[in-house]
Design a protein around this ligand. Structure first.
Ligand code: NAD
Length: 480
């Protein structure tokens, strides 16, 4: 347990009340395997109560509030999050195993989402549409109603910020199901929301298992939109369950995102991005860049410089705040180790090293593989660990073909000095975001984000999310 935890983590928030569940689940600190807390094991009945409470909020204060008032509350939530950044970072470091600096960046991003969506809440307008003589036609942007948010363990604060923030800005009432591996900052956020004046029922939080609380939320007939971030397998289940009720879903399912380095790239500028995008959050990032495609003329230099950077990476407990912490769980550690075993036929260019890492922590040392064939399993599958592969290429066409050869399409980046090439690649790459001479653009609260192919569909972040969390009504008035 951490001293930063200022609330009882075993409760769920339903209709403004903190309630106990019938049973609890244990949370483990991935840095050393020690017990961290007990959380609620919400069931279908709890989800049902939360959905009912959300509908009641929509019918009451929350539903009647103006967009400006909603925006003020979100802005106040953002302020309160900022005031508690250190507590939130410490809680997240214990729960997710995220090095403290990275956990702090997530807390700041959560505040930033609230500021952004607080400011945006009253900026969404409709259109007037020229139509037949004697008509006035206009459109209204309306909330879906009650939205479900199923969140994974890798970036709880950022993912809650981008999905719950946008949904609340549009006037939806939310039911949030955090991941069973890490849900303390979801509960902390719910406390902050209530303290900042969010009306009862506008946000409900029911922790629990995916197969229980998660499945109950995805299949609930009175939920009007589902936002899901996680694995492809679970995303497909969620889409199927929501589809039975004809409920729209946004799916954000990860990727195998490439960075493509051409001979004329500025390697000094590229290097920190090439490495960091692979090892940040121990590689457990949906938009991690796990494939580095390098043109033959720059290949040896990139390999050597990345290998040096890898050799300097130390891995240890989250509170030691090294570059890399543990993975979320020993289960995830096993998944990543199984992938590494499948790379036994490959050349390891370099690896990081453990530093004061407790025996029972879920550690994997970062590993950089060189000269990896593009069709190798490590070059195609999402590993979700600190593993990157270097793939050489000769021509631009070859780079595009390799980059587009996985089932995923979330993020891509192009490192090249040649302007026309940058533009050609930006069009040709299958991805929801393409970065030119950078990667990730500092978090990108303002930038629409989402994938193509098995990376999912729908867009979160930026103004685009506000369209996703609302529906359009056309009003055609005949006045002669
Ligand atoms: P998951 O997709 O099973 O879990 C994500 C969320 O979905 C959790 O809140 C979970 O409780 C919930 N869930 C699980 N089963 C559900 C169901 N049947 N109905 C509704 N909700 C359900 O992911 P995981 O098992 O935690 O991780 C497995 C793999 O998924 C990882 O190795 C990684 O490759 C990938 N992953 C991707 C992301 C991402 O950001 N895209 C995040 C986490 C995990």
């Amino acid at each position: 347990m951490t001293d930063a935890l200022w609330f009882d983590p075993s409760l769920m928030l339903i209709g403004g009340e903190w309630r106990a569940a019938q049973a609890t689940l244990p949370l483990t600190n991935p840095s050393d395997g020690s017990p961290l807390a007990q959380i609620a094991r919400g069931q279908a009945g709890d989800i049902d109560a939360a959905v009912t409470a959300a509908h009641a909020a929509r019918a009451d204060d929350w539903g009647r509030m103006t967009a400006t008032e909603r925006g003020r509350i979100l802005t106040e939530i953002g302020r309160t999050v900022l005031a508690r950044v250190d507590d939130l970072a410490e809680i997240e470091a214990h729960d997710v195993g995220k090095p403290l600096t990275q956990a702090r960046a997530d807390a700041v991003a959560l505040a930033r989402y609230m500021e952004f969506y607080g400011g945006a809440a009253d900026k969404i307008t409709g259109q007037t549409i020229p139509y037949l003589d004697g008509y006035t036609v206009y459109t209204l942007r309306e909330p879906h109603g009650v939205t479900g948010h199923i969140v994974p363990w890798n970036y709880p604060m950022q993912i809650i910020g981008r999905s719950v923030g946008a949904a609340l800005a549009m006037g939806n009432a939310c039911v949030l199901k955090p991941a069973e591996e890490a849900c303390l900052t979801a509960l902390a956020f719910a406390h902050i929301c209530r303290d900042a004046g969010l009306p009862a029922g506008a946000l409900n939080v029911v922790p629990g298992l995916g197969a229980e609380a998660g499945a109950a939320l995805a299949s609930h007939a009175s939920v009007q939109h589902i936002s899901f971030t996680g694995s492809v397998r679970t995303g497909a289940l969620v889409q199927q369950a929501a589809g039975a009720n004809v409920v729209p879903v946004t799916l954000e399912l990860g990727g195998k995102s490439p960075q493509i380095v051409f001979n004329d790239a500025d390697l000094d500028a590229a290097l920190p991005f090439l490495v960091n995008a692979g090892i940040q959050n121990a590689g457990q990032t949906c938009s991690a860049s796990s494939r580095i495609l390098v043109q033959r003329g720059a290949y040896d230099a990139v390999r050597e410089r990345m290998a040096d950077a890898y050799a300097a990476l130390s891995v240890g407990p989250a509170m030691d705040d090294l570059r890399v912490g543990p993975l979320i769980s020993t289960r995830q550690q096993q998944i990543v180790n199984d992938f590494l075993a499948q790379g036994a036929d490959l050349t390891i260019a370099a690896q990081g090293h453990l530093k004061n890492a407790p025996e029972h922590g879920a550690y994997v040392v970062p590993t950089l593989f060189a000269d990896v064939p593009p069709d190798h399993v490590l070059a195609r599958d999402e590993i979700f660990g600190p593993v990157q592969v270097l793939i050489p290429f000769d021509t631009e066409d070859e780079a595009i073909a390799i980059a587009n050869s996985t089932d995923y399409g979330l993020v891509a980046s192009v490192w090249a000095a040649h302007g026309a090439r940058q533009m050609r690649l930006a069009r040709a790459l299958h991805a929801g975001q393409v970065f030119i001479n950078n990667y990730g653009a500092g978090g990108g609260v303002e930038l629409p984000f989402g994938g193509v192919g098995k990376s999912g569909h729908g867009r979160e972040k930026g103004f685009e999310a506000l369209y996703g969390f609302s529906t359009l009504k056309t009003v055609a008035a005949h006045h002669g």
